[in-house]
Design a protein around this ligand. Structure first.
Ligand code: IMP
Ligand code: MG
Length: 182
């Protein structure tokens, strides 16, 4: 996206969660995850690319042994047949017998995360936990609820803290909603 267009988009957007609120939520999730996984030597898997910022900040606050890898999966088109994801990159590290923590940016309809979880189960993971930074309040029946969740967001297109608008603004430390009607 052109710089001018990106700037206009941000100027017109509504701040949903400030960087202070975001940082406090990361700290809170980190302590919940530590309480649950500190003795499990988990394999932490970042769902690229949206999970990058949250996962990066989260990792620095997990003060126990763990391993890290990433995966990149996208949905096959817009439809809702569960399990239909295409791997752009499957995790390189074996998940067999491991406790796995999948880290992503947002639970929208929950289809992607449910499908990722099912795939990891088929790959032999022993236990699969999920952490999403945001849960979208869209009133939909979601096939999965996250084990760890930071903040809720309204049923609008949101961006920042890992989430992009056509490639722009993933790197923002706060979360914004796009101007309504765009
Ligand atoms: P789901 O299968 O509907 O849960 O899709 C989740 C994925 O869609 C997330 O991991 C994001 O990459 C993307 N997504 C959903 N809602 C938004 C949004 O409001 N802003 C940016 N990305 C979104
Ligand atoms: Mg995503």
């Amino acid at each position: 996206m052109e710089a001018e267009k990106a700037q206009k988009l941000l100027d017109e957007a509504e701040l949903i969660h400030s960087s202070e609120v975001v940082s406090a939520a990361v700290r809170d999730i980190a302590s919940q995850i530590s309480a649950r996984l500190a003795d499990k030597n988990p394999l932490v898997l970042c769902v690229m690319t949206g999970g990058l910022v949250f996962c990066g900040q989260l990792l620095t606050q997990l003060n126990f042994p763990l391993e890290f890898d990433y995966l990149h999966a996208t949905r096959y088109g817009p439809d809702t047949q569960g399990g239909k994801i295409s791997w752009r990159s499957a995790p390189w590290t074996s998940v067999k017998g491991r406790t796995v923590l999948v880290v992503d940016d947002i639970l929208d309809e929950g289809i992607t995360l449910a499908a990722i979880k099912e795939s990891l189960r088929r790959m032999g993971a022993a236990e699969i936990l999920t952490a999403v930074f945001t849960d979208k309040l869209n009133g939909k029946q979601k096939p999965i609820s996250a084990d760890f969740c930071g903040l809720t967001v309204p049923d609008r297109f949101v961006f920042g803290f890992g989430m992009d608008v056509d490639g722009a603004w993933r790197h923002l430390p706060a979360i914004y909603a796009m101007k309504e009607g765009e």
